[in-house]
Design a protein around this ligand. Structure first.
Ligand code: UTP
Length: 414
């Protein structure tokens, strides 16, 4: 133990993080052990570099960003729609299709105390988000005569609560053997001065490493292997927080199969030049997403000959990947982005600090950065009112209230 302590202290000295051991003497044996192990496994150099990168202005000026082509679902002829749907239907019936739900986020804006999927929406009859998703998949199982394997990505923070919620609710009637939970990776959070934060248990505060962490965690948790051995060729990777998400869409799959591409994504028309959403684009010839923080006003306002926004295909986090593409991407490193967040922590006097404004940096990778690693992808434009009812904020835009209204309107429940 003493040797471990010395090794940990040396590492912290090297990176100017000795404060981490400030309360060490007051800790239990268990806490001490956990903290030393954590120190010895964290890549401090990576965190140092990520922190340094928060000071640099990101410059996209050298990137060539162009509009990307898409298929507009509502403009398809009956023949085209039938062609795509047949292709998709066949693959689903043959058991080649799976669904992955990304439920590892912290949901800080919603402010619900449990995992976002456990949030009760106030519907009549009331349902949690997880129940809505389970019922939607179950409906497709009946339609296709299969049981679609459902993988749910959680985080260390919310995994136990998520699994318990499913168990307590009898998996909402889904076959438990077809559901697999797996935890995503984490990265330490640091203060605005670059010091790693300490959590309420005395450990270094770590947080989920963004939805882009899905590829690496699918590899590490044997999910890719599981898909390959079950003969699954496609995975729809979607969010937990869109209650109109269409996780099984033969048209999307059919378009990808027809175009012979390894990935596809859904878009809805951007509400206006100022809407805060990322939009699909071609970046240096590769598919990608340009975020609202990167797009210039000129680009955001540019229109085509039909008067539509040139960069108007919003990414709604509905992603379809061929398993071979997931396998490839999982072997590479996605870039990290930095988010400025509010994070509770224990200060050097052992007191809990609950900040009122953002005080910490969190490092995250984004799923759409994986598109860049593919030569091409298909985009399917769908209707916002049919497929996009996000639950992000406690009130106002994209809140339970707006999502509930969209849901009730769509199902004619008003
Ligand atoms: P958001 O980016 O909206 O983040 O996630 P969030 O964590 O839910 O909410 P805030 O920003 O803290 O308020 C979009 C989707 O990606 C998942 C979320 O669970 C949601 O389905 N996600 C996000 C992860 O699975 N892991 C992450 O690390 C981040």
């Amino acid at each position: 133990m003493e040797e471990k302590y010395e090794a940990a202290l040396n590492c912290l000295r090297k990176y100017n993080q000795e404060h981490i051991l400030k309360n060490y003497e007051n800790m239990s044996q268990n806490q001490k052990e956990k903290l030393l192990n954590q120190i010895l496994t964290i890549d401090f150099n990576q965190i140092k570099e990520l922190y340094e990168s928060t000071k640099n202005e990101i410059n996209f000026a050298n990137d060539k960003i162009e509009p990307i082509g898409y298929v507009d679902k509502s403009a398809l002829t009956d023949e085209e729609l039938a062609k795509y749907n047949n292709l998709g239907d066949n693959a689903i019936k043959q058991g080649k299709y799976s669904v992955v739900t990304m439920a590892g986020g912290q949901g800080t804006r919603l402010g619900h105390s449990g995992p976002k999927g456990t949030f009760m929406l106030g519907l009549n009859p009331d349902k949690s988000i997880f129940q809505i998703l389970a019922e939607s998949l179950q409906h497709n199982n009946e339609k296709y005569g299969v049981t679609i394997p459902w993988y749910i990505m959680t985080s260390r923070e919310n995994n136990d609560q998520t699994e318990k919620f499913f168990k307590d609710n009898n998996y909402f009637g889904y076959d438990p053997k077809a559901i697999t939970f797996f935890k995503q990776g984490e990265l330490p959070m640091c203060s605005e001065e670059g010091k790693l934060l300490i959590d309420e248990t005395g450990a270094i505060k770590e947080a989920a490493d963004g939805h882009g962490g899905i590829f690496e965690s699918m590899r590490k948790n044997g999910i890719i292997y599981d898909m390959q051995t079950r003969g699954i060729e496609w995975a729809f990777i979607g969010p937990v927080d869109n209650i109109l998400v269409k996780m099984v869409d033969p048209t999307l799959l059919g378009v990808a199969l027809d175009k012979k591409v390894l990935a596809a994504g859904k878009s809805v028309v951007k509400a206006g030049p100022k809407e805060k959403v990322g939009v699909f684009c071609k970046r240096n010839g590769k598919p990608g997403v340009v975020e609202y923080t990167e797009i210039t006003t000129e680009m955001a306002e540019a229109t085509d000959e039909n008067g539509e926004l040139k960069f108007g295909e919003s990414h709604i986090n509905c992603n379809l990947f061929n398993v071979s593409a997931i396998d490839e991407v999982s072997k590479k490193k996605l870039p990290y982005h930095c988010a400025h967040k509010k994070a509770k922590y224990i200060n050097e006097n052992g007191e809990l600090v609950v900040p009122e404004k953002p005080n910490a940096y969190k490092f995250e990778s984004f799923i759409f950065d994986a598109f860049d690693m593919l030569d091409d992808m298909a985009i399917l434009r769908v209707k916002r009112e049919e497929e996009f009812a996000p639950v992000k904020n406690a009130e106002g835009n994209d809140s339970p209230e707006t999502a509930r209204k969209l849901y009730n309107d769509y199902y004619g429940l008003n």
